[in-house]
Design a protein around this ligand. Sequence first.
Ligand SMILES: *[C@@H]1O[C@H](CO)[C@@H](O)[C@H](O)[C@H]1NC(C)=O
Ligand SMILES: *[C@@H]1O[C@H](CO)[C@@H](O)[C@H](O)[C@H]1NC(C)=O
Ligand SMILES: *[C@@H]1O[C@H](CO)[C@@H](O)[C@H](O)[C@H]1NC(C)=O
Length: 971
Amino acid sequence: MFCYYILVVACIAANSASRLPTAPYDIRVDHYKVDTTKDLIINTARPRFSWKIAMLETERNVLQVAYQLQIKSRNDQWDSKQVMSSHSIHVSYMGFDDLQSATFYQFRLRIWTTQSNQTSPWTNWIHFRTFMFNIHSYILSKNDSLMWIGSNQINMNELRKEFQISNSSPIQSAVVYISGLGYYELYVNGDKVDISRKLDPGWTVYEKRTLLVSFDLSATIKSGMNAVGVRLGNGWYGQEQYTPPVAPEPNYGPPRFIFFLQILFDNGEEMHVYSDSTWIGRQNSILHDSIYNGEFVDSRNDRLNWSRVGFTDLLSLWIPAELMSSPINESLHGQVVMQDMPPIRAGSDALHFEVTSTLIGGYLSANDIGHIQGAMLTDGGILKPIAVWSPTIGVQVFDLAQNMAGWCRFRFYGARGVGVYIRHGEILTPSIATTNRSYGEVYTENLLGATQSDTYVLHGDPAGEIYEPTFTYHGFRYVSIINAPNSMTVDDVECLVVHSETTLKGHFISSNPIINQIQHNIQWSQLNNLMSLPTDCPQREERKGWLGDAALTVNEALYNFDLIKLYINFLHSIVNTQGTDGAVPDTVPFSDGDFPADPNWGTALPTIAWQLYRHYNDVQILSSFYSNIRLYVESVYNAYKSTGLANLFYSYGDWVPPAPQPRANESLTSSFAFMHDISLLINMSQILGYTNDTHNYMELYQQLAEEFHRVFFNSTSHFYADGTQTSQILALALPNVVPSNIRSLVLEHLVSDITQKNNHVATGIIGTAQLYPLLSDNGYHDLALELISSITYPSYGYMSNNPYENATALWEIWNAPFEGPEMNSRNHIMYGSIGAWFYSHLAGIEFTSNTIVIRPRMASESKKHLLRKVDCQLSTLHGLVHVAYTRDEPDLVSNSIRFRLTIPANTQARVIFEPLFSGARCVRLIEGNEVIWPIDPKLLTERHNIENEVETGVMIVYINSGQYEYQVYWE
Ligand SMILES: *[C@@H]1O[C@H](CO)[C@@H](O)[C@H](O)[C@H]1NC(C)=O
Ligand SMILES: *[C@@H]1O[C@H](CO)[C@@H](O)[C@H](O)[C@H]1NC(C)=O
Ligand SMILES: *[C@@H]1O[C@H](CO)[C@@H](O)[C@H](O)[C@H]1NC(C)=O
């Protein structure tokens, strides 16, 4: 037997020696993906590098042995030499000197793996540059010459300047730094810089942290005369986005920007161009712009060459720009800082792909998937209408077949001076929708105070003219064009999907078409709510950074999309709003709701940090935010001291349960968030080694756990508080709250309430987020599958299967068609929490620091029709995890299942096979062609990588990287 073992090893070694090693791929610097970042800018002197290791289909146990990293700039170079290390993610630059500010660098990388005794080839030299690290003090030091400019006299939204470069030495580099609030667009010598970049910079607590952006103009700036132009929009700097008395109303004033261009010449000389009173500006064709209310554009005011050298304009009033005050509040220690996250983009540049939706090596066929309504993410970010009709004379309605966020490009043919009015809505008027939906009018009442309409005045180009908004965005599926000068066809309209640039990293599809449609709706609502921060909805007068929505969906969002930079920026914004007492508001930047936040909203601070750590295995996130998280938890604790859990404060509780169900006990709901946050703080303090905190918060948690049970448990009826589903769910979801001897009674109460309601939930957003994992983890996975497969009210499936609307995004409330117009968004992400369960329980992909855990939960044989097949890809920092299974291959006997798994190189996985029915025992486990269970006792020592949990029957297999195919038979 010993020989056998050696033989296997020798065989692998022989195989691997024969193949040429490949360079590492999909490299990241400081979390930025090299492959998709156009101008890679790093805001740290000690960047960290991550890379993936290629693996052939037949290879297993590929591990990194060593790496070598080289970095060079014009003046410096650094070579790590061969570093014996298995680390391939978050590897720090370890040079003696810090990287220099505002400097161009290149790096390359090679590795050694267990697959080959040879060094891999080097990657190409990869370019990046550093931001100006001390930008805030630089700006302050130039305060006589470098100013924020704009105008208090006119709506100055287009500014220009020409400048001469007379240095005879060649230009070595030209780098610009710019920020314009609310939004800016930069033009150089006639062209927009980075054309797909939109609605820049991101929305922050401007007085504390205004984001600055840099562009490399080395290839654009020429010696001789040059022209630069800046357009300004109101964005979130404009008053229209704040609705007193509900929201605290800032008083920012007109838009303004700061700009500085640094040109370095080969002879070592420098030249600067600054924003100052030598710029001139005017009001351009955008007479009004607002995020909520759209644009009013008179294209007769367009001046095509406005940002070119030599432009003159006798028809517009160009006047000198005024010096404006800085948006930064120095007394609040405000700063301008680099926008350290991908920008908002429109169209095909906005979304990249690490996973494909074509079925790779799984078990699903197109027939299994069923019809999915709405556009595919792979459509390239530009949607064409599928239909157009005219409900009344002078009105045309276009249907995009997908609820989306962004705007459209229209082509009009008509006379100069004709005005067109454009409205956007998510649904058609309900009365018509019920009878003849294909001729309906766009319904706009649920937009409330946001008109999200644009008005365009033609300049009368006989060849036709294109209008596309600049400084607004809309949430819509239908577009209504009123008073078009010509009868428009679907070819005259195309709509750009707009969101923070990101990468699709998760793909989940199954044999259950209802689940597939829900996943579609989640991914679309998630994308539509990434607008430099996680928003609640993209259509009515909100679009705010509601913390509750962000906390509920961050786990789902991180399974589906690569968003670490966006969420780190958001954590900084949360901290920017945090009071000295630790409290945070309901919305960040604070513009709606309460302060202090409802505990299920404030939980965003600990929850987002924790989920980022889990998904990216990055401890730095925990250490950066730990003291703020602790302070936040202390703020809730201080409130608790005067109320106890029984009366803990709240604002919303378990928001929007399905009518007519009541909201669960609100103080219990808040207690859940408070204790959940303490348990996260305990985890974080353990990871960071803050043993005192671990000890103290564990003690506090234990005490609260006893109090929770004491004040909320009704020992007569054996349920918590009001007996609602949510009260039971939240008690059960908290560790160590429900005493073990009554756990099953409480579960049974919950389950019987669900079954009494004919398998329907009565939960709002907080209870729903916990319900599905709870059922799956506690013996009711079948019930969870029944609930998610339901299409009757209230259910996720109902949203896309009802007489009124076949939703292509998630609803805000379970009974949307029946509710009044007020709070009735058809593109709300907060119920998207369920998306995490698709990955964590249906595909069963979870993380515990360095190990991937694969544990697909199994329907019992009688319910297997609900989920016969799953195919799930998840791109991790190490590479692709792929889990596919089927329970109904023709050659499979009953009570058996077949899995395909891919585990990326340089990782390990714990694979857990659940029994297919209760009390089942695994009688045979086959991997490839080999029976690996039952174990031949003679092989025992070699086969220690299988465990059988006697009590539960669960089989556990420990594997390293590779592709595996298992068949598991149960009796
Ligand atoms: C691997 O390479 C090293 C150095 O090139 C050499 O000393 C060693 O013998 C090689 N090992 C094998 C197994 O080929
Ligand atoms: C930890 O607790 C001990 C005992 O209460 C105390 O002496 C020590 O100063 C604490 N350390 C920190 C870092 O707070
Ligand atoms: C406990 O439940 C019983 C039965 O539903 C009810 O009559 C009683 O009022 C509850 N007790 C408390 C303290 O709520």
